[in-house]
Design a protein around this ligand. Structure first.
Ligand code: AMP
Length: 183
């Protein structure tokens, strides 16, 4: 099973992705966490990414695309995955499709956790993370609207988009996802 989780900051992507991974026994690739780990370890990727992550800007496509090009070749993700935080732009979505077609693999679903913007704001304010200050949060929300919403059209056209009401309890959201993914 190959799944992408889409949603704004605070939409519940992390929670849902983790639960899906444990239920379906597949690994999670969470880009934000991967980048924060690389920054903490001061790796080459971390050095490239740090100034963007600190400002709430997207790391340049070329860097992220290249990372995934290598990462999806590793044996641990050969049989499936849940991607959280990638793709975040229509360009990245296209690149992911190119990569999957090179690997003779296919995405099963792009799951969109649909949550009203005011709920995203109030949920994110409750989190306490260094890249969640009000200005950065606003920037992340703006970027989400600008860059991520076009991805929905991309997957809709390809009949891969699964829209889920994310403004419910985490358990209900998970059930709604599994109903479709397992059918
Ligand atoms: P997240 O924890 O998923 O909200 O990601 C935290 C930060 O990592 C973002 O604000 C971006 O700076 C960076 N980031 C995460 N995913 C991507 C991506 N697909 N493309 C570019 N930058 C990303």
């Amino acid at each position: 099973m190959r799944l992408v989780i889409l949603g704004g900051p605070g939409a519940g992507k992390g929670t849902q992705a983790q639960q899906l991974c444990s239920t379906l026994s597949i690994p999670l690739l969470a880009v934000g966490d991967i980048l924060r780990g690389e920054i903490a370890e001061d790796t080459d990727l971390g050095k490239l990414a740090v100034s963007y992550v600190e400002r709430g800007e997207l790391v340049p496509d070329a860097t992220i695309v290249e990372f995934f090009r290598r990462r999806l070749l590793l044996w641990d993700v050969f049989n499936g995955w849940v991607l959280e935080g990638y793709p975040r732009t229509a360009f990245q979505a296209e690149e992911l499709d190119f990569l999957l077609s090179d690997l003779a693999q296919q995405l099963d679903w792009a799951i969109w956790l649909k949550v009203p913007i005011e709920v995203l704001l109030s949920r994110s304010i409750e989190r306490d993370r260094s890249d969640d200050s009000p200005e950065i949060l606003q920037r992340r929300l703006d970027l989400f609207e600008e860059q991520t919403i076009p991805i929905l059209d991309y997957y809709e056209h390809r009949h891969k988009l699964l829209t889920i009401n994310g403004d419910q309890s985490p358990e209900q959201v998970q059930q709604d996802i599994l109903k479709v993914v397992n059918s």
